[in-house]
Design a protein around this ligand. Sequence first.
Ligand SMILES: Cc1cc2nc3c(=O)[nH]c(=O)nc-3n(C[C@H](O)[C@H](O)[C@H](O)COP(=O)(O)OP(=O)(O)OC[C@H]3O[C@@H](n4cnc5c(N)ncnc54)[C@H](O)[C@@H]3O)c2cc1C
Length: 508
Amino acid sequence: VNNSTVTRRRFLANGLALTSTILVGGTAVHGKEFLASKAAGSSVDFSALRKDIKGTVVTAADPEFKKFAYDTLWNRLRPSNRLPQVIVRVANDQDAITAVKFAKANGLKVVVRGGGHNWCVPSLRKGGMMVDLTNLTKVLSIDTEKRIAVTEPIVSNREIMKALNAKGFSYPTGHCPPVKMSGYLLSGGMAWNQGVWGPGVGSVEAIELVTPDGELIKATREEHEDYFWAARGAGCGFFGIALRYHLKLYPTPKNIAGNVYYFPLDQVGPLGGWLSSLAPKLSPKIELSLFVVTAPANLAEKCKKDNGKIAMVTATVFAESEEEVRTKLKPFDDCPVIDKCLEKSIHTPLTFEQLFDSSGELWPGDMRNQVDAIFSMANLKDMMEATKEHCLTMSPQSVFMFAIFTGPAVPVKPAADAAFSMTGKLYGGPWTMWKDVKDDAANIKWHLKCVELMKPYISGHYVSETDTVQFPDYAKNSFSTKNWAKIAELRKKYDPHGIFFAYFDGLN
Ligand SMILES: Cc1cc2nc3c(=O)[nH]c(=O)nc-3n(C[C@H](O)[C@H](O)[C@H](O)COP(=O)(O)OP(=O)(O)OC[C@H]3O[C@@H](n4cnc5c(N)ncnc54)[C@H](O)[C@@H]3O)c2cc1C
């Protein structure tokens, strides 16, 4: 049997919305890959797997296959040329173990689907098995004495923070409410209050995971330390299935508060320069960002000349008293262009719930997205001057944003004991968002041009918020040279048969 033909026929029989790329251009590639694997298309009998799994097993022959493959994806811009051969939506640890062992025995490569929030969708690969963690949604324990919480992977930033805040504690979660711990903690974790708490991975104490041999282990600094090292940063190149995270907790800051300023777009360069020079003098308790976004309705008229775009500065302080809020935010009183400010709010008390609400508004769901977030050592003035004209034509929903790391220790040395190894003075870039499929080409073109303009100032990418699918270099550039090589060495050592899809397997 010609395996590529079988695969193709099966896809067609199920009426999947495949593009001509996969049906015409993809057949040869598909065939080569499938022949290279023992699974070879249709030759795998999944009946034993179906029997042994408590959760759900679906293949292309099942009517709900497409739903399983796509429904938990955040990005509406989805690849149509990559689908697994089988999806195992696990119900428990044993399912994950059984799935990996079955994949190994049958020559299927494995990819993990966590929350489906990675913008470039590395959880869809051509062929193989997707192990889908969607049902693992529990915060298992919160020990306020030991300051440790244990959580399953599919718990969102908002959910974990809500559970912890109720007990007076917090964790350095990501910024947007729906993103899950799952892949966030494997990426590095650009966190709230990162200046004090560090990135998400810095506060992971242990990870329970299934290895390529189908063994459940607990990786810590002392045990299975190579897995522990790799899991904290390797992102979509990690060779295991993380089932539980043990998280170090911090008392919730008593007085969180924020300043927000709106300026005309032509101030974005001067603002960038001022914020870059101010940031090292500020407390690391301040999270500082400069945005270009669409103006709020009440300022729209004033921004007409800039195609509705506005510059926004936000400074959020994670303080312990109202007095500390005032002192820490005092330097903002000396903004050199304050006379140009269109609107401001000062010292507004905030909760994590409100911070999530604001981020949720800026990064709404149900959008088509192209994203590249980078690290930079540049002066923000240069980055902003280089991109400001281009921002005039950004789609109304897009966000162009840079966090300017604060405090005298910036750029913070990345943790020596984790794969996550990128740092800089700035973090951010274009989150290009649009609604309609007919606008794909224009927005993707706009996005690529924006990254091109930023290029002279880029010192590295962030593995989970950049397009590692189309631009393999962006994955490599998300790590120090040493750590990129070490990830490859560890994969070779612990996954010598390539059970887990590596960064670039099964994408084209
Ligand atoms: C709206 C939005 C806001 C965001 N904000 C932030 C932010 O503030 N800070 C930040 O750091 N990031 C942010 N991100 C990026 C996000 O953290 C990463 O893309 C992360 O990978 C998403 O996790 P996931 O479980 O949804 O990944 P998925 O898309 O499900 O998986 C991506 C890949 O990660 C690997 N993976 C995921 N889970 C596991 C697991 N349990 N075991 C083994 N491998 C796994 C797999 O290789 C998988 O292919 C944001 C993303 C979105 C959509």
